[in-house]
Ligand binder design. Structure first.
Ligand SMILES: [Zn+2]
Length: 145
C-alpha cells in the first residue's frame, strides 16, 4: 500500500513514529522541554538540561511556526527507512531560540529559501506490518496567497 494523505484519513488507528515527540492536536506541536534554571528550550524533552545540566526541566509545547535555516534533499533511503524518497530534510529555527532537525514536506531544494516561514505538520511515513500508518512530523512552507 502506498502511504499518503488519503490513506491517513481513511484509517483511524495511526501510530506515532516515536511516543512523546509531538502532540496530535490541530495544529500539532513538537513536544520539547524548558529548563527552569537557565530558561532555554530544548527538543526533544530531556530530564537534564543540555545547556546547564540542571535537572529542573519540564515538558513544553514548542511553536508550530518557524523559519527555515538549512535544508537539503535525501535521495537515497537511510538504513531502516521504509518511506519514499526523495524527501526534504533541514533545520528550522523556532521563536523559542532553538533549532530543530526535521523532515520537510518539500523535496525540491530549489523551491526553498533561507528564512522562509514554515509550519509544523504530521504526515504518514510508512505503513507498519499491522497495516497501521506510522505518523511523523515535518515542516511545510507557509503558503503565500
Ligand atoms: Zn538549563
Amino acid at each position: 500500500m502506498r502511504p499518503g494523505a488519503a490513506t491517513f484519513s481513511a484509517m483511524s488507528a495511526t501510530v506515532p513514529v516515536r511516543q512523546g515527540l509531538f502532540t496530535d492536536t490541530d495544529p500539532p506541536h513538537l513536544l520539547g522541554g524548558r529548563c527552569a534554571a537557565c530558561g532555554h528550550h530544548h527538543f526533544p524533552h530531556h530530564d537534564i538540561c543540555p545547556y546547564c545540566a540542571s535537572e529542573d526541566t519540564e515538558p513544553a509545547e514548542l511553536s508550530a511556526m518557524g523559519r527555515l535555516w538549512a535544508w537539503t534533499a535525501v535521495t537515497h533511503a537511510p538504513p531502516g527507512y521504509k518511506g519514499e524518497v526523495p524527501y526534504g530534510f533541514g533545520v528550522i529555527e523556532l521563536p523559542e531560540g532553538l533549532r530543530v532537525i526535521t523532515r520537510l514536506t518539500e523535496p525540491d531544494p530549489a523551491k526553498l529559501h533561507f528564512d522562509q516561514s514554515m509550519h509544523m505538520v504530521t504526515e504518514v511515513l510508512h505503513v507498519d506490518d499491522e497495516g497501521r500508518p506510522v505518523v511523523g512530523y515535518a515542516f511545510a512552507p507557509v503558503e503565500v496567497p
